[in-house]
Ligand binder design. Sequence first.
Ligand SMILES: NC(=O)c1ccc[n+]([C@@H]2O[C@H](COP(=O)([O-])OP(=O)(O)OC[C@H]3O[C@@H](n4cnc5c(N)ncnc54)[C@H](OP(=O)(O)O)[C@@H]3O)[C@@H](O)[C@H]2O)c1
Length: 371
Amino acid sequence: MVREFGAFRVASLGISFALSWHAATSFAPSSAHIRPHSLLRSIAEPADGGGSVVGPAPPAFASAGRRTAVAALIAASALPPPSLASVPALVAPKPSDAMKNALVFGGSRPFPLASFGLQVYNDDTAYKLTLTALETGFRNFFASVLAGNQRGFARAVKDSKIPRSELYICGTVLSNRERGYDAALAKTKQGCAENMAAMAAGGIDHLDMIMLDYPGPDSASIRGQWRAFEQMKSEGTVDDLAVSNFSAAQLDSILGDPDAKFRPTVNQLPFSLAYHPTGLLEYNAERGIHVQSWSPLSRVLGKYGKDLAAIGKKYNKSAAQVGLRWIVQSGASFTTQTKSMSHFEEDLNVFDFELSKEDFDQLLKITDTSL
Ligand SMILES: NC(=O)c1ccc[n+]([C@@H]2O[C@H](COP(=O)([O-])OP(=O)(O)OC[C@H]3O[C@@H](n4cnc5c(N)ncnc54)[C@H](OP(=O)(O)O)[C@@H]3O)[C@@H](O)[C@H]2O)c1
């Protein structure tokens, strides 16, 4: 089934979901801004680009320094491929319904609502976990440059033998420290090229999405960042252009640029039962931009795990599945990570049930609207 979703079409398995009653009614207009938490700030130092930069404190990429991760990305070209003997066999990956639960942004393939977002670990671990995710049916991948393991990810894609046309792959660029249009444009172009160099390790010569990890320090810098993305799209190397950790004002730096040719499709933000401030979804929806949640679970399970598990019993679902389902029913999607095959399976299996209005409201009552 394909549904209209603001500017997007939503394909679902035939149950009503995504922009349900709740999303339509509960998010009042607001000027809320997004502020990456302090750990992120200490590493990537997002600056104010016309709107304050916010932050809950969901744990971000593991504590390894982000600059180190970027340096590791460049150095990783020298790494040998991981030993095949040490990874799970990918004999017959399960047929995947991932593309049925997806949004269509206009690129060559749909954007599945469930994404595996690689964390900071080495190429070997990235290789193994990507194969595991593929095996369980994940088809949307968030391979950030900040995780420092795009080569391991790309090699797993190649070795899985799953056709590239069945996958949605997102890379990222970190260029938020450059001030001014020209400097931001040059740094972002360099980042785009580095993504393609890393992805080439797995024969990937086209990305479905490229995402800015953070907004530049002011409007001119953001416009320079965006111009580089537009050039990449015009060259045919990427389909969908996206941002992360952008406030409303920062989005408007792009949307208000008379020279901009393409709009952001996605704003990846912290959004979960542990952090759902009023207005967060709304300021994106008003601009026709879809929210993909980062850290959909890590702050949720420790604090609310028992409550979610109690609700999940009614549906024969786990606490994590309830937390992810709540995100989807709110109208967002998610990128999550795990090191466990059974958790990969659970995290993908959230499209065959629907939380009742009573349970959805109960979850809103017991959880934080902000931190
Ligand atoms: N754009 C940004 O600024 C930004 C910032 C931070 C993160 N991110 C992206 O977002 C991704 C996810 O965020 P995150 O790293 O905070 O992780 P998360 O997905 O919110 O939570 C992961 C934690 O949940 C557990 N988990 C996952 N599935 C589970 C299940 N079914 N049952 C029980 N436990 C489960 C995992 O443990 P197990 O391993 O035991 O399953 C892990 O401890 C990152 O990998 C990264 O790609 C982006």
